[in-house]
Design a protein around this ligand. Structure first.
Ligand code: PEP
Ligand code: MG
Length: 372
């Protein structure tokens, strides 16, 4: 909840305000009845929290026996505490740029190694997928000089910056390799637009792995190199990139902003275009089908919303990575779901241009008593 125009002119020091981010409303000096309604809602939320906490140690398996991997999105070592709290299987997306955004100068090699090693330690043997630096766009590192761009989200960011600054990338990859000390390494590159970028990024990693071997360092026990599908051009080439990557991770936040040509940070765009629509879902279906046997996960915010997650599972995704708050509700949805029925329904809906997908899926979930 933000950008409330004229709020400051309507409140005085000491006023009570109820901030309801769920419905995007702020109540200034609420009446007693309103406050009471919120007390009741808090009590209901507490009960729901307890219900979800009870699911923590259950596997996320659908009623017809399909196991789904639920993973966490993280960016700070503290976020790893949510692994135990939620029962997530591992970290599907670790955003490494946060360390850079919080620093005044370039984090030294040992500082980077310390972070990655701490993250793996805290994960306690659960897999962690590190994403290389996604700086630029809305993520600024004060010590990296950049030029003003008209469209920074589409500008010099992520792997583009990484390939233009191989020193920066190699330093980070060296830190990741060194932090492993006999543990598996899973790494993926953000905003790759053409396959050649992925090949070049992989070559930088190869150099670092070779360097570690040459110096007799204990490298990772295994290496899996993935790529984020965030640009429509790479999605279009999905069958080809899938041949060269160990795994794919669909970043729906960026992919949808570029697919719909709608700024993900603009409040006016927020509810304008829907992932649960024919263009978006048929596009995602194309990506998932083209990936063939290469594992595909989804790590955008959509993966943490039960109805959206239901559609993604219906398209064949079996790995979802999301903010901690999404794990419980998505697991509860999966436990109540017959996946084959969802797939059949989604196939049917995608062939019928007259339906509104979001409401049709919601209706289906209600009829099937799938808890959302
Ligand atoms: C995405 O774009 O969906 C994604 C997960 O990356 P980020 O939100 O960090 O851009
Ligand atoms: Mg992204």
């Amino acid at each position: 909840l933000g950008q409330l125009k004229s709020l400051l002119s309507r409140v005085e020091a000491g006023d009570t305000i109820i901030v309801d981010a769920a419905t995007e409303v702020a109540y200034v000096r609420p009446e007693h009845a309103v406050a009471l309604a919120f007390d009741n809602r808090f009590a209901a939320q507490e009960a729901e929290r307890a219900e979800l906490a009870a699911l923590r140690d259950l596997e996320a398996t659908s009623r017809d026996g399909v196991k789904i991997s639920l993973l966490l999105n993280a960016g700070l070592p503290l976020d790893l505490d949510s692994l135990a709290m939620t029962g997530a299987e591992g970290v599907g997306l670790f955003r490494t740029e946060f360390q850079f955004m919080l620093a005044d100068s370039m984090p030294r090699l040992d500082t980077q190694i310390a972070l990655y090693s701490d993250v793996m330690e805290r994960a306690g043997g659960k897999p962690v997928t590190f994403r290389t630096l996604d700086l630029g766009g809305d993520k600024v590192a004060a010590f990296i000089p950049t030029e003003r761009e008209e469209n920074p989200a589409m500008g010099w960011r992520a792997v583009r910056m990484g390939l233009d600054r191989p020193g920066l990338s190699r330093y980070q990859l060296r830190a990741l390799v060194r932090a492993c000390e006999g543990r598996p390494l899973r790494v993926m590159f953000p905003l790759v637009s053409v396959i050649d970028e992925f090949r070049k990024a992989k070559a930088l990693l190869e150099q670092e792995l070779g360097w570690a071997r040459f110096h007799g360092r204990q490298g990772p026990s295994s290496v899996a190199v993935g790529v984020m599908i965030e640009s429509p051009s790479l999605a279009w080439m999905c069958a080809d990139i899938a041949q060269e990557a160990d795994f794919l991770s669909i970043g729906t936040n960026d992919l949808m902003q570029f697919f719909f040509a709608a700024d993900r940070g603009s409040p006016k765009m927020a509810d304008r275009f829907d992932l649960l629509s024919r263009p978006a879902l048929s596009f995602l279906a194309h990506i998932i089908k083209s990936a063939g046997r290469t594992p595909v996960s989804v790590c955008g915010e959509h993966a943490g919303r039960p109805l959206e997650a239901l559609a993604l599972l219906g398209l064949g995704v079996t790995r979802l990575s999301m903010p901690a708050a999404g794990i419980g509700p998505v697991k509860r949805m999966i436990l109540g779901l017959e996946l084959s029925a969802v797939k059949a329904e989604l196939d049917r809906l995608l062939c019928d241009p007259s339906v509104t997908l979001r409401s049709a899926l919601l209706q289906f979930a209600q009829l099937q008593r799938i808890p959302l």
